[in-house]
Design a protein around this ligand. Structure first.
Ligand code: EPU
Length: 427
C-alpha cells in the first residue's frame, strides 16, 4: 500500500499539461464494441479506471495494442462474449457503459451491478428506462444485470432526471436501433458531446449533443475510426484550484477553456486572475480568497466533481461561504478529514457552511473517494507542515501522474510505501 506525503506552503509555479477526460474515456472504450472493427483512441489518460475498462475489453476478446503512452488500437472484430467479467466490472461504476454498447451491437449484454466511489445511492433506473423504451428487457440475477432485445427500435425517451450515464448509455444503444430515437432532458456535459462525436466518427447519426434534446437516426453501419479524447475538465479545474490556494501561477495546458467556464467564473469571483488562451489557461492569485456561495448543478452549472476542491479553497477564504450539493447525497465526506486540518465547516444534509480560517494545518488524512482525495491533496499543498494521505488508490482512478505533475511545478510531494501494520499484541 502507498500513501502521499506532502509538505505544504509552496506556491505552484510553472506549466502543467492536462490528460484526456476520464469520464469520456470510460464511455468511449466500451463504445468501440459498436465498431466491430479497429479503433485508434488517442489522448487516453493513464489512470486505473481506464486500465480497468481496457482489461474488460481485452478479457471479452478485443485485441488491444498500445501505439504510444496515450494511444491504443482496439480491435473489436472478434469479441468472444457479451458478458463483462464480473469482478472487474464490479470495481468500476462506468462499467455500465458496456450494457449500452453490447445491447446495441449484439442485442444482449451483462455486467455486474456497478460499484465505484460511494457518493450515496446511485440508481440506474434511467438507463434501464431508456433500454426498455428501445425494446429491451432486463433482469438482475446474482449481482449481474442482463439486458437483451430481439430488435431495438427508435423511440422517444424523456428522462425523469438529468443523468450523464443514462444519456450516454441510451446513445450507445440507440445508434443501432432502427428508426429515430429522441432523447429529452439529457445531460449536456462536455463528455456527452465527446461520446456523440466519437459515435459520429464511427458513422452514426447523432445530433444535438450538448443541448437538452438528442436525436439519433439509428441503424447506420458503423466502422472503426481514429479519435482523440477531449481534455479532462475536472483535472484542469483541480490544478486551477491548486494554483489559487497556494497563491501560485500556473499555465494549465491542453484544455478547452470553454469547458472550464463554470469553474473559471467561480474562481474569478474568489479573487483569482485567469487568462484564457486557445488551449490553455493561466491561473494566479495574489490577494486573499473571497468567500462564495456555490451550488452544484448539471452542466453548464458548477460541476459536482469540483465541489470538494472548492470546499477546500473556501475553507481558507476570508469569511463565510455556503456550498449546496444538488447531485449526490454523500459528497461531503472530505469534510471530516478537512476538520482534522483545522478547517471550520458545518454540514447539514446537502449544505455546508464554511467559516474561513487563516491557515490549514498538516494532518494524516484519508482519501474517501476520488475527488475527496484530490481535494485533500490540494488542502495539504496549502497547509502548514507535512500531511500524509492514505487510500490513494481512489485518487489514482482519475488523476494521471499527479505526483509527477505537481512536483514539476514546485510541490513537495512524494509517494511512499506504507509500512505493514504491526499488531500491538504480536510476539
Ligand atoms: N440518477 C438517477 N437514476 C439514474 C441515474 C442517475 O436517479 O438512472 C441520479 C443520481 O442518483 C444522481 C443524478 O441522477 O443524483 C446524477 O447522476 P448521473 O447519472 O449524472 O451520474 P453518473 O453518470 O453515475 C457521472 C460521473 C460522475 C459525476 C456525475 C455527475 C462518470 C463515470 N461519472 O456519474 O463522476 O459526478 O456524472 O456529473 O461519468 C467523478 O468523476 O468523480 C464522478 C463521480
Amino acid at each position: 500500500m502507498e500513501k502521499l506525503v506532502i509538505r505544504g506552503g509552496k506556491p505552484l509555479v510553472g506549466e502543467v499539461s492536462v490528460s484526456g477526460a476520464k469520464n469520456a474515456a470510460v464511455a468511449i472504450l466500451p463504445a468501440t464494441i459498436l465498431a466491430g472493427g479497429k479503433c485508434v483512441i488517442e489522448n487516453l489518460p493513464d489512470i486505473s479506471d481506464v486500465a480497468a475498462s481496457v482489461q474488460i475489453l481485452h478479457e471479452m476478446g478485443a485485441q488491444v495494442r498500445m501505439l504510444n503512452r496515450s494511444t491504443l488500437e482496439i480491435d473489436t472484430s472478434h469479441m468472444l462474449t457479451t458478458v463483462a467479467p464480473e469482478e472487474l466490472s464490479r470495481r468500476m461504476r462506468a462499467s455500465y457503459y458496456f450494457l449500452g454498447a453490447l445491447l446495441g451491437q449484439y442485442g444482449e449484454g451483462s455486467v455486474s451491478m456497478p460499484g465505484g466511489c460511494d457518493l450515496g445511492p446511485r440508481p440506474i433506473d434511467q438507463h434501464l428506462k431508456a433500454f426498455a423504451a428501445l425494446g429491451a428487457s432486463y433482469e438482475v440475477d446474482r449481482g449481474m444485470i442482463h439486458v437483451s432485445s430481439e430488435k431495438l427500435s427508435g423511440e422517444h425517451v424523456f428522462f425523469d432526471t438529468v443523468s450523464v450515464g443514462a444519456t450516454i448509455n441510451a446513445m450507445l444503444a440507440a445508434v443501432q436501433a432502427e428508426g429515430v430515437t429522441v432523447l429529452e432532458n439529457v445531460a449536456k456535459e462536455p463528455h456527452i458531446v465527446d461520446v456523440a462525436n466519437f459515435l459520429n466518427t464511427m458513422g452514426a447519426d447523432v445530433r444535438g449533443a450538448g443541448t437538452d434534446v438528442i436525436k439519433i437516426r439509428g441503424g447506420q453501419p458503423l466502422h472503426g475510426c481514429t479519435y482523440s479524447i477531449i481534455p479532462d475538465q475536472i483535472e484542469a479545474g483541480s490544478y486551477m484550484v491548486a494554483a489559487v490556494i497556494t497563491h501560485g501561477n500556473l499555465l494549465i495546458k491542453n484544455v478547452i477553456p470553454k469547458h472550464l467556464e463554470p469553474i473559471t467564473a467561480k474562481l474569478e469571483q474568489a479573487g483569482a486572475t485567469i487568462d484564457e488562451y486557445d488551449d490553455a489557461v493561466r491561473v494566479c492569485c495574489v490577494g486573499e480568497i473571497e468567500p462564495l456561495n456555490v451550488k452544484t448543478m448539471p452542466h453548464p452549472g458548477f460541476p459536482t466533481d469540483m465541489q470538494p476542491l472548492m470546499g477546500v479553497l473556501l475553507s481558507v477564504a476570508k469569511g463565510t461561504s455556503i456550498i449546496r450539493e444538488s447531485i449526490w447525497d454523500n459528497r461531503f465526506r472530505y469534510v471530516d478529514e478537512l476538520l482534522r486540518m483545522g478547517a471550520n465547516i458545518q454540514v447539514d444534509g446537502r449544505t455546508a457552511v464554511i467559516e474561513g480560517v487563516s491557515r490549514l494545518k498538516a494532518a494524516p488524512v484519508r482519501a474517501m473517494d476520488l475527488r475527496a482525495g484530490a481535494a485533500l491533496v490540494v488542502a495539504a499543498l496549502a497547509a502548514e507542515g507535512v500531511s500524509e494521505i492514505d487510500d490513494i488508490q481512489y485518487i489514482e482512478r482519475g488523476y494521471e501522474d499527479l505526483v509527477g505533475k505537481l512536483r514539476a511545478v514546485g510541490a513537495d510531494i512524494k509517494k511512499v510505501e506504507k509500512p505493514e501494520r504491526v499488531l500491538s499484541n504480536a510476539i
